[in-house]
Ligand binder design. Structure first.
Ligand code: B1M
Length: 233
């Protein structure tokens, strides 16, 4: 039976519900997050809006408090788990756009790094935009990327890094691609909170993507260029 103090999520208006979802994400309450996502979808919120306003917005607060030493790894893991619960509901909806195949992307988090929420989000948004996505998961060594690119006959390599200590590994991957003569066969997009445009250029990537939406737009632009080049012979 519901406790007298229990909050009935469905009784809250949109603004209150999103605020409550920020709290629930903070507290790592997966079931409540899933319920909140379903309620917002039932109120005709677009999946992308639920993702960005309710989930990513809430994760920003978690990130800030993690940085400031208010939250610690176990709590952040719970929050990440709750976020993934919400994302799992949204994933098929974001992919449901019926877009034609745009190209194929191999994506993974670099060696030494286990952060995968942002990468998963990028993968989901890319799928939603009609790209085929092969997700290599976390902690990927250069060989894993190289093998997958060939095996999957990919157009795009996406790399994610969330740590200042792991982001230089992206250059290891790109340098290996240069050494083996395959660099120009692929579009290389990189992303992750500590990166910036300058870093992307310095390591020889085609583009740095600030967020998942930018990743989609950038991938589309590069694929259009590739198709035009192929058509021009
Ligand atoms: Co970690 N962690 N963490 N962490 N963690 C950060 C990154 C940190 C900034 C927190 C902080 O201090 N404020 C900090 C890094 C500091 C630094 O390097 N300067 C940090 C640290 C230090 C650590 C540990 C070392 C902590 C420890 O153990 N002492 C440890 C490292 C473990 C390892 O990787 N070897 C660690 C562990 C963890 C958890 C396991 C607890 C958990 C990860 C769970 C998981 O991912 N499954 C975790 C989390 C959740 C975070 C924060 C709080 C949130 C990251 C996140 O998911 N953001 C993070 C703080 C922060 O970033 N503010 C932090 C939400 C996500 C949607 O955003 O990932 O930026 P983001 O992705 C965006 C864009 O960046 C971009 O698009 C995404 C969507 O819009 N993008 C791409 C990302 N990848 C892309 C790839 C692309 C394109 C765009 O390819 C084309």
């Amino acid at each position: 039976m519901a406790d007298e103090d229990d909050i009935i999520l469905a009784d809250l208006d949109d603004e209150e519900l999103v605020k409550q979802m920020f709290d629930d994400l903070y507290d790592g309450l997966k079931e409540e997050i899933e319920e909140g996502v379903n309620i917002l979808l039932g109120r005709n919120w677009m999946p992308y809006r639920v993702l960005t306003e309710a989930l990513v917005g809430g994760m920003k607060i978690v990130g800030d408090d993690f940085r400031d030493g208010i939250l610690f790894v176990p709590e952040v893991l719970l929050a990440a788990n709750a976020m993934k619960g919400g994302m799992a509901i949204l994933k098929p909806l974001l992919a449901e756009t019926g877009a034609p195949r745009m190209g194929k992307m191999v994506i993974g988090t670099v060696k030494g790094d286990i952060h995968d929420i942002g990468k998963n989000l990028v993968g989901m948004m890319m799928e939603g935009a009609g790209f085929e996505v092969v997700d290599l998961g976390i902690n990927n060594a250069v060989e894993k990327y190289m093998d997958a690119l060939v095996e999957e006959d990919a157009d795009i390599l996406g790399m994610s890094a969330l740590l200042t200590t792991t982001m230089p590994y992206m250059k290891v991957v790109i340098d290996t691609m240069i050494e083996t003569g395959v660099r120009d066969d692929y579009i290389i997009l990189v992303g992750g909170a500590p990166l910036n445009e300058e870093f992307g250029k310095a390591i020889g990537a085609d583009a740095y993507c600030r967020d998942a939406a930018v990743a989609v737009e950038t991938a589309k632009q590069f694929m259009a260029r590739k198709h035009n080049e192929l058509a021009a012979g």
